[in-house]
Design a protein. Sequence first.
Length: 351
Amino acid sequence: MRSFFSLLLLPYLLFADFTIVYKLDSNTSQEVNYKDAQHVLFTFREGNTIFEKLLINKEEKYLTLYENGIENLYQIDDNISEPISKQESDPASRYKLLKVESSFRFQNFQAHIWIIQDNGAQSVVTVSKDPRLVDAVHKTIIALKELLPANKQGDADIFDMGRGYILLAKDKLQLLSFSQEPLDLALFNTSNTLSKEQQAEFSQETQNCFRSLCCGRKHFKSRAITAMLNSKVNGWQLSQSAKCENIDSQSGLESALYKKDKSVIVAEMTTGDNTLYGKIESLQEQGVEINNIQRVNVNGFKALSAYLPFLDTTVVDITLPDTTLSIYQKGKQDLLPFVKKSIKFNALSNF
């Protein structure tokens, strides 16, 4: 009778929320919180310290890196990530099964010891075909592949042994825990991948880096850019400003957002030894198509104006003392009148 009811409950168990934790090596672990295919959180730790998170929240995907106590949140662009690569062969083809040893209970799951030949060497592995674990691991593999580029997706397959089995332990890799407790949807908000003191704010325009505050990256309270810019310019209102989390740790980056009706102008200020190099010149170095390049003078300072066809965006770079200010607006625009009135030139001596 017990087995009959177990069969009735099996479909509900397979579709339940789950948390699964693997030790990947002697000091690294991977925790997966899975609610459904649109709500998945991967947390990677060294010892007890988190160093990376990967998040699927509906249609959005995020990467959080933790370095020197600082959390850096990045949105994973579907245009950059690769489609999930199709597995060319059954996972069982990766190894040769030499011998099936004893069966035993492994953390309350029925498990088996196999001796396999893998890459020419013999290994002892612990496997299971418990349907709850098999379902959870297969869902984990699919989710992880959505977050990885094509050349890394094969790494996710290490947990799948084929033949209806999944890997519980091999060398230093080992399943640490598995549970099917309900997960709160709030766990999958981007704010929960960051500390309360340093939560990222994303503007509605983050789909286009050239129309969003800090290009959609994590940001904090601004320090200098608001002192450099006028709050109102030709009907434009300065609505947001921030110190951005810069990928280049050698330079500072601040951003400000002007709005008028539904239109947006972004001002971005970079400081540091390696940043006196405008966006336009940087894109030229990368071979990006750039049109309508003009070298101009703005209140005695050198400036470069151009149109970027691939983003349908106009950019003006102006070189100021120890600072480069870049201003962007969607479409083909004459930004020079805005640039001339937006900068507090009489305040530049304070920077």
